[in-house]
Design a protein around this ligand. Sequence first.
Ligand code: GSH
Length: 209
Amino acid sequence: MIRLYSYWRSSAAFRVRIALNLKGLPHEIVPVSLAPGVSENRQAAYRAKNPQMLIPFFEDGDVAINQSMAILEYLEETYPEVALLPAKNPLRSRVRAFCNIIACDIHPLQNLRVQNYVSTEFGGDKAAWTTHWISEGCRALEALLGDGPYAFGENVTLADALLVPQIYNAGRFNVPLTDFPRIVAAAAAAGELAAFRQAAPEAQPDCIH
Ligand SMILES: N[C@@H](CCC(=O)N[C@@H](CS)C(=O)NCC(=O)O)C(=O)O
């Protein structure tokens, strides 16, 4: 049985929800609340599973994995039937590089715990911080995007599974996206697919809006 420990608004969990749906893998969503004042991720039961106390966390029978990119790679290797990486290089590496811009260079800096630290410890303007780093990353994504309609052509790839949650986050933090029409269009195209719609924050059992 596949279990995904998820929070409706977690964009890292959103990536994995998309991949599970695209691959058609039956799974159970286990909500873990990150809501301020609740923070189930910091409680002993979840901490015992994932000492990093972050969402998502993944179980497939006896296999347990943290970190969304490691989970996505596991899914790709273990359930290759609906491939989410192009078969050949250099496209395969280009898709991975695109994913890493989001996973390694944008998401860690826009994360709420980082925003809060910037503002409480250093008196920084967290909205300006977030807008800067998301915009900087989006500029690179816009330049490196492949041919449409999806991020890298006619087949949906992991790039789309990372891009759609990243565009969702940009909206959540009110970051203007007018300079990045190509990535916005690619995210809109993928976002219409059932696998993406069913993975969306608003479609989650723990969504509170
Ligand atoms: N690099 C990690 C990032 C995980 C992450 O930062 N998750 C956020 C939600 S998107 C989280 O759990 N935040 C809770 C907290 O900061 O306490 C991954 O890709 O899994």
